[in-house]
Design a protein around this ligand. Sequence first.
Ligand SMILES: Cc1cc2nc3c(=O)[nH]c(=O)nc-3n(C[C@H](O)[C@H](O)[C@H](O)COP(=O)(O)O)c2cc1C
Length: 435
Amino acid sequence: MKRLANKRILLGITGSIAAYKAGEIIRRLREANADVRVVMTQGATEFVTPLTFQALSGNPVHQHLLDNDAEAAMGHIELARWADVILVAPASADFISRLCLGRANDLLGALCLASHVPLALAPAMNQQMWKDPATQTNVQTLRSRGVLLFGPDSGEQACGEVGEGRLMQPHALIEALADVFATGSLTGQTVLITAGPTQEPLDPVRYLSNHSSGKMGYALATAALEAGAEVILISGPVDNSVLASLSHAIKTVNVTTAEQMLEQAQAFAHKADILIAAAAVADYRPVLAQTEKIKKSAESMMLQLQRNPDILATLKRQSPWLFSVGFAAETENLEQHARQKLKDKGVEMIAANWVGHAATETGGTFGSDNNALKLFWPGGELELGVSSKIRLARELVALIASQYDNAVQSGRLNNEQRNVKNVVQLRSNGSDNNN
Ligand SMILES: Cc1cc2nc3c(=O)[nH]c(=O)nc-3n(C[C@H](O)[C@H](O)[C@H](O)COP(=O)(O)O)c2cc1C
């Protein structure tokens, strides 16, 4: 269940006799390496103690909305922002009706309202309660609002009756939840992503670089994989913690300098349909990288630098079939610079974000887990507000997927050159050796 690895699952538990089965759900989620936080309604705590779920999830259980201490630890809005998905299992008939009305009179109801991530309900109740027109109308209303319904199953019930209303089996619930992250919007496409900083050596021990952590590019690689794409990631040097966030299904090529990054990206471009250039490539490199360590002698010294290749513009020029998305990190005039880049590089989209002193309102960009993006494309723009990088990445990938489809259908991407290049490559190699 790789799709649930590192996902943040907010598990709501309500007052059903099936509340004890939530223990099994938590256990399976943790086995899938998901991060689980539990929210219990007052009703749920009548069936199972919060301590049980605290022990199983490894996190404190959230219960109260109007509680200063709980709000100070992780407020309800913060919790709503934290989640990648909300699963309410079991979902009682009463909770379903409150959700339908948009009630926010307890923590779980408030979270469901305050969050825009996918919301899934696994109802569990007496078969007559499930069949009741009130419940059925509520369920239909929620479905029409995009709420996902997992189950219920049919069978023998705790009350001795037989019928529909049993909580879906935990293993099936986990599979259904994993499917939430498989959008399939990029199935059949190959996405080439550059990420991280580059390092330009001055001598064997020193280099010029920048503060890029690689987190945004790695989040995009994960989001593209979730969307069904084959993903090739060309990565500059990043921390082990960032490396560890990556699925083994993503082909990763590690590079150090801008020239190496371009060379590797060129080697894979013929395979790709979409390019996302998220790396923070050094614009300049030392003219001469000394072979021996530069000694401390003179009071001052001059460094002569030369321009590095423009990876995004070069790739787009050489491989015009690539639906190309560039990143712009700016400290001033964000929109003006982004629009200029869009034009100069001839790409399909620019994702711009503030950096340095200008990034304080967006939670800081370099190294931070949060960001905010402003997207520009010919004839359109969209602002994605402050959110976690993985959530932003999913939104951006969804937008790229739909715009890529439009571009292909309208014949805007030049595929002829790609076909020619593929034939030339196969002839010169005897076979494709870039795997
Ligand atoms: C023993 C017992 C078992 C119950 N089981 C369920 C159930 O499986 N599903 C359900 O919707 N309600 C069930 N209820 C009723 C709910 O607990 C009740 O509607 C409660 O208000 C739900 O609160 P909550 O939705 O805030 O958790 C049960 C009540 C009792 C006393």
